[in-house]
Ligand binder design. Structure first.
Ligand code: MN
Length: 514
């Protein structure tokens, strides 16, 4: 992909975040004292749509080289761009999700530069009048802080094609499949103060876009990539000169790139040098940033309004209708999960981190008379710890789970009505996870019903007491803590099926009464 097409809109390294808003633990130690890192991101997110921004060619990932290319994408003379209304709607939905100003009038500009994979010699983008203006993203940090990141703008633009230099020695090939695919460029203010914050911001942005459905967020396929602007300065002084790290394509790499780049800049400044504004790349193998080129400026691109396209005009009614169609977004859903279901902020964050997870959890809960049909905390434990924990180990998401929400709900019902013990439930779940079988069928096939028959359990307990006179004597002389050992033996003898409350009652009676 052509990097020269990306970035440069960033209007200035001016933060909206208060100086005293940054905890001391976020500062970096240098030889000359503490340094503050300042980060802003320009994220390119591919719009989820069937067709490209200005042509009817497929926007699907992959495909044989140059098989998703219309005459418009190839810039044949006389071809005219036609705006894809769905891409516009996706940009507006996203702007609403970022609580941003929607500009009812926006303008497409030509950004002129030469590159072999840009056949028109310009990229159609938005410069002075983007479709979305100022907004915000609230980022929840693991230490409990909430960092509000101001969004400067979101604009629509075309992606470029791809030059392939590694197919045949001495030749370069051009693949225009991506040329003209719609991108949303989402520009943040430099309100981030560490690699962790930058990474958490990108992850949160991805979550919001995936809730809305405006971008699939698949970073391994290039659906989201970040240009990361980093500077360092001493707290309380003016901001430093920034460097821009291009096309970082994972949350983890954003964290690493920021940390490496901040250290590099601190080293230069403490050695008496100055930072030169430049564009760098992140070498993922070495974990370091390297110089690509000195920084170009917006005026180098000779932006002007594209004469083939009228200004894009929306009505407030269009925007209101899109707002009504938005799903409940992650922040609202998290707040509701803590207030309505009494979940901890941590569990609520895990469950709302993906829309599919939150949907799954609420499907497990079920509803009767407007209230959750099953216990929310129990359901949360099973979904967040047991199911998501195991899926994570396999590198899968919840929509790839072979255990359905209805099946997990069935397991919870068997625990709640006493059919199986909590311990047996774990074994049943293992088999459900492995085979996708219903809990009730597994319980019946393996005879796993809880034993709550007092007579049957009395016989079990009596045998254990008779076989272990030493432990029974310890109990009788006052060492009652040995009761737990007896319970364990009874569970073992019944292969986990004994009702523990009934066992304890019998034990207290038999041991205490002699
Ligand atoms: Mn761009």
């Amino acid at each position: 992909m052509n990097d020269m097409a990306l970035g440069e809109i960033y209007t200035g390294h001016v933060s909206t975040r208060a100086d005293d808003d940054n905890p001391a633990g976020n500062l970096l130690d240098g030889d000359t004292g503490k340094w503050e890192i300042v980060v802003g991101l320009e994220v390119h997110a591919q719009v989820a749509s069937e067709a490209k921004l200005f042509s009817g060619a497929s926007a699907a990932f992959g495909g044989a080289p140059n098989s998703h290319v219309s005459l418009v994408d190839a810039a044949m003379p006389g071809m005219l761009p036609v705006i894809n209304a769905e891409c516009v709607r996706q940009a507006v939905r996203t702007g609403l999700g970022l609580e941003a100003q929607i500009n009812l009038r926006s303008v497409f500009d030509r950004k002129n530069y030469f590159y072999p994979d840009l056949p028109a010699g310009y990229q159609i983008s938005q410069f002075k009048q983007p479709i979305v203006g100022a907004g915000k993203v609230v980022v929840d940090m693991p230490d409990g802080r909430a960092v509000t990141v101001a969004i400067e703008r979101l604009h629509l633009e075309q992606d470029a094609g791809k030059s392939l230099h590694d197919q045949q020695p001495g030749k370069s090939y051009i693949d225009l499949n991506r040329a003209g695919v719609a991108l949303m460029e989402i520009v943040s203010r430099p309100d981030l103060r560490s690699g962790d914050e930058a990474a958490a911001y990108l992850a949160k942005l991805r979550t919001i876009l995936r809730y809305i459905g405006s971008c699939d967020g698949d970073m391994s396929q290039g659906s989201m990539r970040a240009d990361v602007n980093v500077s360092v300065h001493k707290p309380g002084t003016t901001l430093g000169t920034r460097c821009e790290i291009k096309n970082v394509n994972s949350v983890r790499f954003v964290r690493q790139a920021v940390e490496y780049e901040a250290r590099r800049q601190i080293g230069i400044l403490e050695g008496g040098g100055t930072i030169v504004q430049e564009t760098r790349l992140f070498d993922t193998d070495r974990g370091e940033t390297r110089l690509m080129r000195s920084k170009e400026e917006a005026h180098d691109y000779r932006y002007f309004p594209d004469p083939d396209l009228l200004p894009l005009v929306l009505s407030q009614g269009d925007v209101d209708e899109l707002a009504r169609g938005l799903p409940e977004l992650p922040d609202a859903r998290k707040a509701r999960f803590t207030s309505e279901y009494g979940l901890s902020p941590y569990d609520a964050t895990v469950l709302t981190g993906e829309r599919a997870r939150a949907d799954f959890f609420e499907a497990v809960l079920g509803r009767t008379d407007g209230k959750p049909a099953r216990d929310p905390k129990t359901a949360s434990n099973w979904v967040a710890s047991e199911l998501i924990g195991r899926l994570n180990k396999d590198g899968r998401e919840i929509d790839e789970s072979q255990v359905t929400a209805a099946q997990l709900g069935g397991l919870l019902d068997l625990i709640a009505d006493g059919t199986i013990t909590g311990r047996i439930a774990k074994d049943v779940f293992d088999e459900m996870f492995a085979t996708g079988t219903d809990a009730a069928a597994i319980v019946e096939a393996n005879g796993l019903r809880q034993i709550a028959d007092t007579g049957e359990l009395e016989a079990v307990v009596e045998k254990i007491i008779a076989d272990n006179p030493g432990q029974a004597e310890q109990y009788r002389v006052g060492k009652t803590s040995v009761a737990g050992w007896f319970t364990g033996q009874a569970m073992k003898a019944t292969r986990g099926k004994a009702n523990p409350q009934i066992v304890n009652e019998i034990l207290a009676r038999k041991l205490g009464g002699g």
